[in-house]
Design a protein around this ligand. Structure first.
Ligand SMILES: Nc1nc2c(ncn2[C@@H]2O[C@H](COP(=O)(O)OP(=O)(O)OP(=O)(O)O)[C@@H](O)[C@H]2O)c(=O)[nH]1
Ligand SMILES: [Mg+2]
Length: 291
């Protein structure tokens, strides 16, 4: 990954982190959204450090675009005492009661403690966090049943925090915490870029196309064969892409149009033309850092 990619966010970083730390003090738990197609790379590397011991509900968004089997594996890998993970299609699913139920479950100890002390349990408070483009605003607006996110958020003006009542049991902050994704490995950078979470101008389309083609050849060859009507895979990703280009007629004066091939292949991936694909598999190392 070229180092300039890492510098995509620096202006916001310190401020975003400070603001988030302030807001975190006011909540009982956090709702962390990650992209179900890349649960590892769409995680913020500082989140564990900032959240400390707070319970966490991880929402794997864009479930409709991810491989259901892999989503299930990720959920299993992430679930533990402090963390519950669920996969949601934020556009089509009806998830309000599910989120309330999971939140109550996750905060059961806290609720029990209040009851024992004779305090009537108040609504749980959560903050929604996630890297750009994972669906934070979609979730907040849907929970609020109105356009709540991104209102009245003028820089430099101190305003009291707005809470959105999801139900008598749950309130969420109307401003999401936006943080940068995991850029730590070259692989994460490629996946984030291929799925459109890093601007195209800092990466090379052919790096993305070759990486994605290799991944599919290794893990989901049938997606390539079926989508492009190939009878077999070639030996290398570039040869496979050339075969796809010939099938599709991505040619220039009778030769393979390389630019068009790389670009169109990545567009096909972004628009889910190759089906529901998850670009990361939980490994023991990722499980550890993943939750
Ligand atoms: N297919 C699908 N699309 C989704 C889902 N959730 C969000 N989107 C789309 O993803 C895009 C980004 O969603 P937003 O809610 O704006 O994401 P955000 O996290 O608020 O993004 P920033 O404000 O840029 O940080 C929008 O085009 C949404 O319609 C989902 O579960 N499935
Ligand atoms: Mg938003």
């Amino acid at each position: 990954m070229p180092s300039n990619v890492i510098q995509w966010f620096p202006g916001h970083m310190a401020k975003a982190k400070r603001q988030m730390e302030e807001n975190l003090k006011k909540v009982d738990f956090i709702i962390e959204i990650r992209d179900a197609r890349m649960p590892y790379s769409s995680k913020n590397p500082l989140i564990d450090e900032m959240v400390h011991q707070k319970p966490r509900l991880v929402i794997l968004s864009k479930k409709d675009k991810a491989d259901p089997k892999r989503s299930e594996q990720w959920i299993q890998a992430m679930n533990n005492e402090q963390t519950r993970a669920i996969a949601i299609d934020l556009i089509h699913d009806n998830f309000r009661s599910r989120i309330i139920q999971e939140s109550l479950e996750l905060n059961r100890a806290f609720i029990e403690k209040q009851k024992k002390r004779g305090i009537r349990p108040r609504a749980l408070r959560a903050m929604i966090v996630g890297i750009p483009n994972v669906g934070k605003s979609t979730l907040i607006n849907s929970l609020a049943k109105r356009k709540a996110a991104q209102t009245g958020d003028k820089p430099g003006v101190t305003k009291s925090l707005q809470w959105i009542k999801v139900g008598p049991e749950l309130e969420v902050l109307d401003t999401p915490g936006v943080l940068w994704p995991k850029f730590e490995s070259q692989q994460s950078g490629l996946i984030l870029a291929a799925l459109g979470s890093i601007k195209d101008d800092v990466v090379h389309m052919d790096d993305l196309a070759l990486y994605c083609c290799q991944y599919l050849m290794d893990h989901q060859p049938e997606a390539l064969l079926q989508t492009y009507g190939l009878s077999k895979l070639e030996e290398t990703p570039w040869q496979t892409l050339q075969a796809i280009a010939r099938k599709r007629g991505w040619l220039l004066k009778g030769d393979i149009d390389e630019n068009r091939t790389m670009r169109t292949f990545i567009q096909d991936i972004r628009s889910s033309k190759l089906g529901r694909i998850t670009w990361e598999i939980p490994t023991s190392e990722q499980e550890e850092i993943g939750a």
